[in-house]
Write a protein that binds this ligand. Sequence first.
Ligand code: AMP
Ligand code: MG
Length: 390
Amino acid sequence: MISVEEARTLLMDLVSPLETEDVPLSEANGRVLAQDAVARRMQPPFSASAMDGYAMKAAEVELHAMFKVIGESAAGHRFEGRVGAGQAVRIFTGAPVPDDADFVVIQEDISRSGDLITITDQPSQTHNIRPAGGDFDVGSSISAPRQLTPSDIALLAAMNIPNVTVTRRPDIALISTGDELVMPGDDPGPDQIIASNTFGLKAMLEAAGARARILPIARDTESSLRMAFSLAEGADLAITIGGASVGDHDLVGKVAADLGLERAFYKVAMRPGKPLMAGRLNSGAMVGLPGNPVSAMVCGALFIAPMVRAMLGLGTQPAAPIEATLAASVEKNGPRQHYMRARVDGDRLTAFDNQDSSLLTVLAEANALLIRLPHDPARTAGETVQYLPL
Ligand code: AMP
Ligand code: MG
């Protein structure tokens, strides 16, 4: 059995960054920028008023000063004339500040009568002007690789970049295996349960940036598994769930080997998730996840989501563990690395009492995986421990 670290390394060797494609900005959220995006203009492109008020010369601004209003500058419609001594221009937020003006008195500090205005409150120190290029300059860039957020999308739009070059989404095929499984919404027989893993994993991997397809459930026969693998052909990564242990009906390893799997490893010294299998199959990678729902989801978080990140060009660095203080004691660990479902509140972490790898209710309550190294001794409340956020 190999260690979690060895498994990680071997899994990363099975994938590499994918090709790039151009997408319109409106479809770029969550995608990974593959080429630096460079601003084609500056923002704001002119010095702009930050407030509704009156633009004038800063040197003339003082309490009780009077001005003649000679025109208006609105957003999208600048005032073309010049602002002389004793003159002011009515101005609105986002409007260009006239060349000869360098101060905007907010309208709340002004009283107006016809074309005459008086400063009636002591104006603040700020000029209420956004300088040209104050947000970004022509040539400013957003560096790749970067998984684009809604804020990035807004910035790219402001930079006048209508299309971006991103890494293609990994295509992942998800295969649940087992005679006992039916799809959510189906009518299960008395001995059947609902296939939950494919749905949980699809959600997880799509959040990581992949495109995941749920294939029809494979039955516990060689022919059904072969059919499922054939449907997965062309995927960057084919994932089977279940059928990977040593039971009489666990056929994934055999069928994958018959189909030409170059196995990288089978079994990892971890809990949950021991019967993990992986290798190269056809032109893609194959990972056989254990069937227990929590095992499948934990392995998804620890291994598959990082593989997605690697394929997206985001690198192969593992997520950095975070430190917390143990709120309640935990027993000593066995020989396998244990990822205990836990709840972190502030910096205090509590591991759940029941760590059975079939309990999705516990997983849904958990927001962290407490990392227990092999043979970690018993830990008491107050000790510092490390976890991975879920
Ligand atoms: P297996 O590895 O096939 O022996 O499956 C281990 C356990 O996980 C069994 O209790 C299966 O019923 C369950 N299981 C396998 N696949 C799934 C799935 N896709 N969704 C929910 N439970 C599953
Ligand atoms: Mg099974």
